[in-house]
Design a protein around this ligand. Structure first.
Ligand code: NAD
Ligand code: LMR
Length: 332
């Protein structure tokens, strides 16, 4: 029997990530090839005509899984009944800016949209915040939508996770799908800590640690980390626009694994509400290694943390605490 359609909200749907993301969702990349979807697309009035153009293209593409499209500038209409909400709407940073430079514009959007989601989304709606500063926008959304469970609000660091997999795969000249269990700790910013201490590569002789195969700690502790931390800026410099197809694809990976589960023995990185695991202050949205099962994520526990990692994990937590204070000062 055909499944009931799932309603997926994409805010900022007329923007460049939106344009890459909505066809992926309509093709089943996010929720599976047998899962019908109804797309809810929200943007602001100046983008209404462009949004309508995206709707026309979705109709023209005749996606078999797409059972309906709501294209609106009304947040209540957009949020009504949604099961998954991908929050992309906001202002992207430009060359020379840090992600927190877009803070004041974006946190006020997330405060307003929190109430629309809280009041009108389906019970148990899963929320993914993509717009920057992603962790802090997610925290603001969480704080202003107190009836949405903490477990249902997350932010995107899967793009950083995928970037780390990509760097290792290029360095070792192996398939990216054979590399697993990198970790992004902390903020989706240049203070994030991409950690390969537990990462492995599938080889004909079994799984081998990345550190053993790369055999160059100087690169792993230096250039590898800065390349992943600075990749967003490198893309802005090259494209004069921030990453879009990789962000859209990673947003699909994030929701797919959250809803359908992570493969056995594999974890992924998600920005989630800290419960104090790994001595990360509770009350921040911080990226952790997680496994997912039955629609729930769970932080991977018990990984040994060396002194080098500890310092980097603490530094990115410190930045998130500062961002939190700054966000509140922007809202007051
Ligand atoms: P964009 O400017 O092309 O699109 C943003 C869209 O949001 C625009 O259509 C704009 O009209 C809309 N918008 C603005 N305010 C809105 C509101 N209140 N409600 C609904 N829509 C609104 O930007 P983009 O390149 O698509 O990037 C979107 C966001 O995603 C930016 O904040 C960017 O920095 C962030 N981003 C995050 C990641 C990540 O990994 N977390 C990766 C790439 C980009
Ligand atoms: C990215 O990581 O590509 C995005 O967050 C865009 C940015 O501002 O870096």
């Amino acid at each position: 029997m055909a499944k009931e359609p799932v309603r997926v909200l994409v805010t900022g749907a007329a923007g460049q990530i939106g344009y890459a993301l909505v066809p992926m969702i309509a093709r089943g990349v996010m929720l599976g090839a047998d899962q019908p979807v109804i797309l809810h697309m929200l943007d602001i009035p100046p983008a209404a005509e462009a949004l309508n153009g995206v709707k026309m293209e979705l109709v023209d593409a005749a996606f078999p899984l797409l059972k309906g499209v709501v294209a609106t500038t009304d947040a209540v209409e957009a949020c009504t009944g949604v099961n998954v909400a991908v929050m992309v709407g906001g202002f992207p940073r430009k060359e020379g800016m840090e992600r927190k430079d877009v803070m004041s514009k974006n946190v006020s959007i997330y405060k307003a949209q929190a109430s629309a989601l809280e009041k009108h989304a389906a019970a148990n709606c899963k929320v993914l915040v993509v717009a920057n500063p992603a962790n802090t926008n997610a925290l603001i959304l969480k704080e202003f939508a107190p009836s949405i469970p903490d477990k249902n609000i997350s932010c995107l660091t899967r793009l950083d996770h995928n970037r780390a997999l990509g760097q290792i795969s290029e360095r070792l000249n192996v398939q990216v799908s054979d590399v697993k269990n990198v970790i992004i700790w902390g903020n989706h910013s240049s203070s994030q800590y991409p950690d390969v201490n537990h990462a492995t590569v599938k080889t004909p002789a079994g799984e081998k640690p990345v550190r053993e195969l790369v055999a160059n700690d100087e690169w792993l502790n230096g250039e590898f980390i800065t390349t992943v931390q600075q990749r967003g800026a490198a893309i802005i410099k090259a494209r004069k626009l921030s990453s879009a197809l990789s962000a859209a694809s990673s947003a699909c990976d994030h929701i797919r694994d959250w809803v359908l589960g992570t493969p056995e023995g594999t974890w992924v990185s998600m920005g989630v509400y800290s419960d104090g695991s790994y001595n990360v202050p509770a009350g921040l949205i911080y990226s952790f290694p997680v496994t997912c099962k039955n629609g729930e994520w769970c932080i991977v526990q018990g990984l040994p943390i060396d002194e080098f990692s500890r310092k980097k994990m603490d530094a990115t937590a410190e930045e998130l605490s500062e961002e939190k204070a700054l966000a509140y000062s922007c809202l007051s």
